[in-house]
Design a protein around this ligand. Sequence first.
Ligand code: PLP
Length: 376
Amino acid sequence: MALEGIVKPHIRSLEPYRPGKPAEELDRELGFEGSIKLASNENPLGPSPRAVEAVREAAAGVHRYPDGASYALRGELAKRLDVAPGQLVFGAGADEVLELLAKVLLGPGDEAVFAWPSFAMYPIVVQGMGATAISVPLSPDMVHDLPAMAKAVGDRTRLVFVCNPNNPTGTSVGAAEFDRFVAALPPTAVLAVDEAYFDFATRADFPDSLAWVRRRPGTIVLRTFSKIFGLAGLRIGYGCADPELADYLQRARHPFNVNRLAEVAALAALGDDEHAERTRRLTAEGIEYLSRELRGLGVEVWPSDANFVLARTGPDVCDRLMRDGLIVRPLHGFGLPDHVRISVGLPEENERLVKVLRRLREAGGLGTELPGEDLE
Ligand SMILES: *Cc1c(COP(=O)(O)O)cnc(C)c1O
């Protein structure tokens, strides 16, 4: 290839992020309509109607550049989080804030520590800067092994990601463990707590990560409008950092990185507590339903503090589900060939999935049990 000699080696060896197949694409392949996607942890209720209305109203103004400072959204969010407006850094999705962190902190010779399996963007942004990714296996119960991560942090570590609740496992860590871990981190490493699923977490001892932003320089908490707020297609997320780190991230970002429609939609969605509450309820019921039904089919399911479940269905189940118009996320790229991640859908979507899985089980195509092992 003509460019092989000039493209950076750390880019040439990058494994691209593989998003889930869109439902429309599967419809085309199968030649029918009605495929559903339970693979990207989107909000099955759709966006807040208030956000849709705000986008409609703002559409006529898109010949203008966005407000590069996101003034109105920044003010409202700062009030809600009880932080200074200057501590917020907005991005085209939290993904962009992850990338800004890598750009500001990492280069060849630097290291970033994160758990694995965890969010697929971490190795991409780290390697994208030519830095070294140090991934630390989850504990056997699929939870962040924070003591092992603490040991992996060294003199060259500039960035530590903690994904809580963790994607793709849905598991979370509690305050006592988290606080112990953060208290022992050296000041030469920035801590990024990825809380994309914060709003779904139900454990009583969920860590107060913003308290660490207030007292530990070099700390950032990432959140997104893509999940509970249902705005994944508009691309907006943010980081809340200590003022110094926030300032460096602001310098590194493009002036108009968040588009005008995303800004107004996010502000409107923030004000729609009812939609967020409905989403939370639907999600909790969906997690409960899926966990119970899948376990009833002999499938191992992990406890989830997010809007999806990790399930050990056995190999090739994604492909079989696909033939019935159901898209779930395969996890063989994470070294979990027997597992899938299933996003909570609408009740009828969850039921359709369970129905197909039941049929698969009856045909002997489900589960990882040894032949002859009793399923019940
Ligand atoms: C979805 C997700 C994000 C960010 O999503 P954006 O759409 O880029 O805001 C970040 N971290 C995790 C763990 C996620 O699952």
